[in-house]
Ligand binder design. Structure first.
Ligand code: DWN
Length: 409
């Protein structure tokens, strides 16, 4: 059910150095349907390595996308107001800067539930979504976003080009890290992009992950963890140029990459490359203490929660997030400590967290049951969630934020 790579996913080098092992963990978005569950949830090894040649951080194992993004996949982007705001800002800037209009075509790869393309469609700009997950694709079509339910790569790109479909803008948010055929994916972008077109790609930034110890964002969907130094040769190998880099706090720290067939490299790219060289992000020493820092956070968090429990406090959790699965399972936080998880995504309510099988309910349960503490699994949306849960907090409820170190707020 999984394969082990023999060489770097980008450059093919076999100089792969181990960074961290999170052991055998369940699939992060493999929420359990209690009505159909039989036997324990499948678990897979989760090992992170560093490529000494091109400095790409990546998983040693590949679980098939057909398993990861099947009809049970229930991640819907539109359940976060912050993400919707972030996406609208991106779209509005692109519409203005690229002069997009009714004859333009914006293609989004991993278009999910239309959270991003709706911003173009409402301005009568031509859009096309690509997403293999039936649930989110159906939601996108329901709001008028045409969606091709296939995985993206050179084959689909050639099919689209043969139909005369070439994009003025290609958007690919939180998907570049997800594809086993990294080269084919990038090649496909080149194929469907117009010669003067631009691809705008968002990826979690590996420097934020390491510096803030965001180890729970490591899971089988995320095969790669990108630095600018690793991205430049990846795009270059397929006739694309990384021309601009911007950083945003979304998802624990992300890069927004502006890529085109025309080389027009701005200072932002060079300054990231210089900074990464200066802090030795391009060498294995940078990652050497990461595993021990992860173990320390896990130990602190477990003792914090055990301490609260021993004092007689009740504990719930907020956010049936993929990262939540990893945090709970790799740290050993089970139903002995956490009674239930809440999440706004109605498709997740009524299911169980993978592995630990903690039930998922509606956030309204926090004010109804008033648990003493809530472990914030979706810490990347802390401000939005704390504001939303002001009534729970007014009544004395407190949140435990797990990373970069366990903190009660
Ligand atoms: O790459 C990926 C990232 C972008 O999204 C996917 N492969 C998987 C997914 O990871 P995640 O599940 O950790 O993402 P989120 O968006 O951090 O998950 C947040 C969870 O919290 C969602 O289930 C929605 C939920 N939520 C909520 O219940 N109330 C979120 C907000 C903002 C809220 O107010």
């Amino acid at each position: 059910m999984y394969e082990v790579i023999s060489g770097c996913r980008s450059c093919g080098s076999t100089a792969l150095e181990p960074i961290l092992s999170l052991g055998q963990v369940p699939l992060a978005d493999g929420l359990v349907d209690p009505s159909t569950m039989n036997g324990p949830d499948s678990r897979y090894p989760l090992d992170v390595v560093f490529c000494g040649e091109c400095s790409l951080v990546q998983l040693l194992q590949t679980v098939s996308p057909d398993v990861l993004f099947d009809e049970t996949y229930v991640y819907f982007s539109s359940f976060s107001d912050e993400l919707l705001r972030h996406s609208r800002e991106n779209a509005e800037r692109l519409i203005a800067s690229r002069g997009l209009g009714q004859t333009s075509l914006v293609v989004e790869i991993a278009s999910n539930d239309g959270y991003m393309l709706r911003n173009f469609a409402e301005r009568r700009i031509g859009v096309l979504g690509i997403d293999p997950a039936p649930g989110p694709a159906q939601a996108a079509e329901a709001i008028g976003i045409p969606t091709i339910r296939r995985f993206f790569g050179t084959e689909l790109a050639k099919d689209l080009r043969a139909e005369g479909k070439r994009a003025d803008v290609v958007i690919a948010n939180n998907v570049l890290a997800h594809v086993p055929d990294l080269g084919g994916f990038v090649e496909g972008i080149r194929i469907i992009l117009k010669d003067e077109g631009m691809a705008v790609i968002e990826v979690p930034y590996v420097k934020d992950l390491i510096d803030r110890c965001e180890f729970d964002t490591i899971y089988h969907e995320h095969l790669c963890y990108f630095s600018v130094s690793a991205l430049v040769p990846l795009f270059g190998r397929h006739g694309l140029s990384l021309n601009r880099v911007e950083h945003y706090p979304i998802h624990g720290g992300s890069l927004r990459l502006y890529v085109g067939a025309r080389e027009n490299v701005e200072d932002s790219v060079r300054s990231y490359q210089e900074d990464e060289r200066r802090c030795e992000l391009t060498g294995s020493r940078y990652y050497r203490d990461f595993a021990s820092r992860v173990r320390s956070i896990q130990a602190d968090l477990l003792s914090t929660l055990r301490g609260l429990k021993e004092e007689g406090h009740s504990i719930a959790a907020y956010g049936a997030a993929a990262k939540g699965t990893i945090l709970l399972n790799s740290t050993g936080i089970g139903r002995d400590l956490v009674d239930f998880v809440v999440d706004r995504n109605v498709h997740k309510q009524g299911r169980l967290m993978p592995g630990v099988r903690i039930p998922i309910d509606d956030p309204a349960r926090l004010v109804r049951d008033l648990p003493d503490f809530v472990l914030l699994l979706a810490w990347n949306f802390k401000d939005e969630i704390l504001a939303q849960q002001s009534e729970y907090r007014r009544r004395g409820g407190r949140f435990v934020v797990p990373v970069p170190e366990p903190t009660v707020v």
